[in-house]
Design a binder for this molecule. Structure first.
Ligand code: TMP
Length: 207
C-alpha cells in the first residue's frame, strides 16, 4: 500500500480537529492504516516548541523568530513522524502544515509569502502534501465559533485585522497550489463537511 500525506487547512474555528478526527475514523473503518497528527506539535520536541510559540506571556516574540520556530517544529515532526509513516504505507492526516505558515506568517505577520516559502522549503526538503483539504469558512464565523473557548493562545488573541490578512494569505495559497487543494464549504453542518472531506480523500486515493 502506498503512503499518503494529507493535510487539513483553514482559519481558526473552521473545524479542522472535529472533521479530521471523524475522517480518520471513517478511513480506519474502511481498512486504511491512518495516523492523525497536528502542527505545531504531534511529537514531544514539536509540542515543546508549540508551547513556546503559543504562550500568551511571550509578548516579545519577533515575527521572524515565530516563523522559524514553526519551520523548526515542522521539520522535526516530518522527520520523526510523517516520513516514517509514509514509508510504512500509512495515510498521514495532519492538521495544518506549510500553508498555515504562508497564510499566518507570510500574510498575517506580513513577512512575505515567498520569504516564508523559502525558509520552509529548507525545512521540508520540498515535501509538499499529496492532497490538502481546505475548510472554507469566513474568518469572522470561525472566530465567533471560538469565542466560547476560555483559553485563548497568543495567535487567537490577535486583532481581527490579523485574521483578515490570514484569510487573504489563504486565498493566495489556493491560487498558487490549486492542483493539490480541494475546497470544502465548512459553513455547513458538521456531518456534511465530514462526508464531503472524506469523499474528496477517497476520490484522490482511489482515483
Ligand atoms: P491550532 O489552534 O490549529 O492548533 O494552531 C495553533 C495556532 O498556530 C493557530 O492560530 C495557527 C497558528 N499557526 C501559524 O501561525 N503558523 C503555522 O505554520 C502553524 C502550523 C500554525
Amino acid at each position: 500500500m502506498k503512503g499518503y500525506f494529507i493535510t487539513f487547512e483553514g482559519p481558526d474555528g473552521s473545524g479542522k480537529t472535529t472533521v479530521a478526527t471523524a475522517v480518520c475514523e471513517e478511513l480506519k473503518k474502511r481498512g486504511y492504516e491512518v495516523i492523525h497528527t497536528r502542527e505545531p506539535g504531534g511529537i514531544e520536541i514539536s509540542e515543546k516548541i508549540r508551547n513556546i510559540i503559543l504562550d500568551p506571556e511571550n509578548t516579545m516574540m519577533d515575527a521572524k523568530t515565530e516563523a522559524l520556530l514553526y519551520a523548526a517544529s515542522r521539520r522535526q515532526h516530518l522527520v520523526e513522524k510523517v516520513f516514517p509513516a509514509i514509508r510504512d504505507g500509512k495515510i498521514v492526516i495532519c492538521e495544518r502544515f506549510l500553508d498555515s505558515s504562508l497564510a499566518y506568517q507570510g500574510y498575517g505577520r506580513q513577512l512575505g509569502f515567498d520569504e516564508v516559502l523559502e525558509i520552509n522549503l529548507f525545512a521540508i526538503d520540498r515535501t509538499y502534501p499529496d492532497l490538502t483539504v481546505y475548510l472554507d469558512v469566513d474568518e469572522q464565523v470561525g472566530l465567533d465559533r471560538l469565542s466560547s473557548r476560555n483559553f485563548k493562545d497568543r495567535l487567537d488573541q490577535e486583532s481581527i485585522d490579523f485574521h483578515h490578512r490570514v484569510a487573504q494569505g489563504y486565498q493566495e495559497v489556493l491560487r498558487r497550489f490549486k492542483d493539490r487543494i480541494r475546497i470544502v464549504d465548512a459553513s455547513r453542518g458538521k456531518e456534511e463537511v465530514i462526508a464531503d472531506s472524506l469523499n474528496r480523500i477517497l476520490e484522490f486515493i482511489n482515483g
